[in-house]
Design a protein around this ligand. Structure first.
Ligand SMILES: [Zn+2]
Length: 202
């Protein structure tokens, strides 16, 4: 399981890096290895997402303790991953920083509305015409505060939370679904940002 998950996360991270969503070591990835007690496999802090290797992933427990020795520290945002695993049915979480998710987050208060966009059908459980109101929460310097903000924004209808001027956490029932959700969410947020720009010049 771990070897396949690592290879999948490394390949996905490289694709996201190529698209400008994981530049400058930003972003993080994880998969849930076990439910009770929680065990996560999380990308390390400060590593280049274009070339992740097996040693760049750490096994972390529910108390955020390392379950296997490593010369790395886990991503500081592992606190957010822990909350999402605890509060949702997520089994894999991807976090990306993109220009479009940052821009879109500036344009909304606490929700980004995208109802009626065909691409939203790529989100599990969403059908054309269903309301799509992605939660937007404020960023925070302290990771515990950030985790609290994300927890407060969770809406079981949507597999994502947008953090203002920071990035998006998106998740799925497995790594494939998490990847699909990131791609769909980024499409929707780019659409939202571009549509706002078009409206502004009219
Ligand atoms: Zn981040």
């Amino acid at each position: 399981m771990s070897e396949v998950a690592i290879a999948t996360m490394a390949a996905d991270a490289r694709q996201f890096w190529k698209r400008g969503w994981m530049l400058g070591t930003c972003g993080n990835l994880s998969v849930k290895l076990r439910d009770d007690p929680l065990e996560m496999l999380v990308s390390a802090s400060g590593v280049d997402k274009s070339r992740l290797r097996a040693q760049d992933f750490l096994r972390v427990g529910a108390g955020l303790e390392l379950l296997a020795p490593s010369r790395h520290r886990p991503s500081s945002e592992v606190t957010v991953h822990e909350v999402v695993y605890r509060r949702t049915r997520a089994r894999a979480i991807y976090h990306v920083h993109s220009v479009w998710n940052n821009l879109a987050s500036r344009l909304a208060q606490d929700r980004i509305e995208l109802t009626g966009v065909e691409m939203a059908k790529g989100l599990a459980g969403i059908h054309l015409g269903d309301p799509v109101l992605l939660p937007v929460v404020d960023n925070a310097r302290d990771m515990r505060d950030l985790a609290r903000n994300v927890e407060a924004g969770l809406d079981e209808r949507y597999p994502a939370v947008v953090v203002r001027l920071h990035g998006v956490y998106s998740w799925g029932a497995d790594l494939d679904e998490a990847r699909r959700h990131v791609e769909v969410i980024e499409f929707l947020l780019e659409y939202y940002g571009r549509a706002a720009g078009i409206s502004a010049v009219r």
